[in-house]
Design a protein around this ligand. Sequence first.
Ligand code: ZN
Length: 421
Amino acid sequence: MLPAPVVIFDLDTLRADHLGCYGYGRPTSPRIDALAAESYRFQWAFSQAPDTGPSQSSIFTGLYPSSHGLKFNSAKLPDSVTTLAEVFSDAGYRTAAFVDGGFMLPEFGIDQGFELYEASDWNGLDTIGPRVLDWLDAHHEEDFLLLIHSYDVHADYESPEPFRSLFTSGMTPTPGFKPNVKQLEVIRRSKWSDQPLQLNDADLEFAKARYDGGIRFADYWLGRILDHMRALGLDRRATIVLLSDHGEEFQEHGSVQHDRLYAPVTHIPLLIRPPGGIIPSVITSVVQGMDVMPTLVEGAGLPLPPNLQGHSLLPLMRGESVPERPAFSESPYFGHRRGIFLGEHHLLGALENEALELFEFRRDPLELRNVVAEQPEVAARLRSLAKQWQDSLDRRGTPDIETPELDEDTVKSLEALGYLN
Ligand SMILES: [Zn+2]
């Protein structure tokens, strides 16, 4: 149903609701919207973690963070897990990845199975895009798995002009304010202190507008790559996937960037376009980022690795009736917090204590209204399910993980991005 070649656009930090095809008002995504118009669009896909290493590893292994081992950034994905690229590579497909560094560097083990794995140093699609076009010229007649990943949407929200300023005209942020990682990290980290800081409204709107400019820039490059694929005949031969590893918070819950499990962070876009495209189809069931791995493996007719936790989305795409399944997320921050999306509801919190929150994410997608006191029986049912899920993860165990050896330049670059300190 989804034959190779497979091309995955993995736009780090892209929240679903800032795309036109997910209802956003600002024109951030004309090309992504056009892709959605030929794709299965999953309205309610959720990430398994709020940060890059754990969530990306779930996407590419079909396993929860506790089960592939990367509960935190800056650990190395163990060799014992089987990745999407390993399955395709073992079956004789060419496998190539053009990624944007950070926690996608090969030092973190996510390169497993890629015969070519080229990592830029946060240079974005202006560097990665031309490499992808060249690679497609050389390999478009083969069967392959191609991963294109970038941080163009991630802070510092400094995409090239004209995209950077596309949505900021007339705005008057505080002089000296830049929505870069350095300044946003001061806000984010203050949440752990007695004196939490907030961006004022003008700065917040400016940050959002710059973030949206980054989306439009990524959308421009996606369009260029798709046009190139069409010229090579790949639009009729390739399966195209667009997704993200997590979203981004703009103080909907008092913080910025991404470290918690509220929907602005965990609600991700997911489009799957079969070769030739389809009449658009919107799937409203709850699904998970890590369902992509089994979907692509099964879609290509390849054997599924044993003990996967993700589920193939092919039955939903075929319109079959599928039992309702939950999506789970886990975060090591602010205590061990977990979240479960099921049906109409999202329950999140530290399962060990009573301070849980419950939201009706479909009608309240920013999760601004906590209904836990009004619907205690729903909260109790979801908490019990989440505990069962946690028990099953505990029984399965977490593989031993290594901390990778990083050279001085890599450490400096991750520190500059606000990580590792
Ligand atoms: Zn990320």
